[in-house]
Design a protein around this ligand. Structure first.
Ligand code: BJW
Length: 229
């Protein structure tokens, strides 16, 4: 039987590409209260402020200096080497996995470079900036478009597909995530409960560290290529 592998990635895998994590020193939540920018209530209350936060992060992602690193590339190579066996579930809203060459990717917390029409749920690419004054290209209503990201209190994307894959995998690898945010933080227990071997690759032990069978600590750009080689 071919081994099925589910890989969960978090902000730590993109840290060495120059994208700030959330909870580390210097992380995004040091300068922004998550209640002000990452909840549906915040968007309702202050659409300009929330759009500004995501416009800044989109501009950063488009900076030519921001490129996939050795960890992203190693995962893309693994998918090529084991066709049909690897599912990459990322909590990240950046596109660095795709730019590195991964195809079988689920963005469970959405994608920064897409916006969603709130009337129809249609997705549109975001070329420039979003603003509450902008007319939605799908339904025509000004201010209808919202960032295609999953805020606190919202249900992450493609959960059925993810839980099916967790139930059917033989190996679960978690990379660069603090294990603070559910449901992703519970994936290790789910996979382990179905008999998978579980591995954590992170700079330091995460909140879920004790749930993993195997640990390799250190920067993703080193630990990931070493592990998947
Ligand atoms: C390196 C490194 C290097 C650094 N190399 N490593 C109890 C049970 C279940 C749910 C809840 C619960 N209590 C509360 C909840 C609800 C809530 C929640 O989890 N809250 C917690 C704070 C407790 N969850 C939700 O609301 C979620 N929805 C939900 O639960 O719906 C109900 C439901 C679920 C399932 C089925 C049915 C119903 C939604 C959560 C949405 C999270 N959204 C955000 C923002 C996205 C948009 C944006 O980007 O702005 O997602 S929050 C933020 O945190 C972002 C991230 O994806 C997420 C996780 O962060 P991540 O990636 O782990 O980053 P950090 O910074 O925390 O950690 C980085 C790690 O990397 C560190 O460990 C470093 O050491 C490491 N690192 N450099 C390797 N070079």
């Amino acid at each position: 039987m071919q081994e099925k592998i589910v890989i969960l990635t978090g902000a730590g895998i993109s840290a060495e590409s120059g994208i700030r994590t959330f909870r580390d020193s210097g992380g995004l939540w040091e300068n922004h209260r998550l209640e002000d920018v990452a909840t549906p209530q915040a968007f309702q209350r202050d659409p300009h402020g929330v759009q500004r936060f995501y416009n800044q992060r989109r501009a950063q992602l488009r900076d030519p200096a921001i490129q996939p690193n050795a960890a992203h590339r190693a995962l893309a190579e693994l998918e090529r080497a084991l066709p049909g066996q690897v599912l990459l579930v990322t909590q990240n809203v950046d596109d660095l996995h795709e730019r590195a060459g991964s195809h079988n990717v689920i963005h469970m917390h959405g994608e920064l470079l897409k916006a969603r029409c709130r009337a129809t749920d249609a997705l549109v690419p975001v070329d420039g900036e979003l603003s509450p004054e902008l007319a939605c290209p799908v339904c025509g209503v000004p201010g209808c478009l919202r960032p295609h990201v999953v805020w606190f209190g919202e249900v992450p994307l493609e959960m059925d597909r993810i839980f099916d894959a967790l139930a059917g995998c033989q190996r679960f690898i978690s990379i660069g995530t603090s294990g603070n945010v559910y449901p992703a933080a519970g994936f290790v227990a789910e996979a382990r409960g179905h008999g998978a071997h579980t591995v954590e690759l992170n700079l330091e032990p995460s909140e879920q560290a004790t749930a993993f069978a195997e640990h390799r600590h250190g920067p993703a750009s080193q630990r990931v290529p070493e592990y998947v080689a």
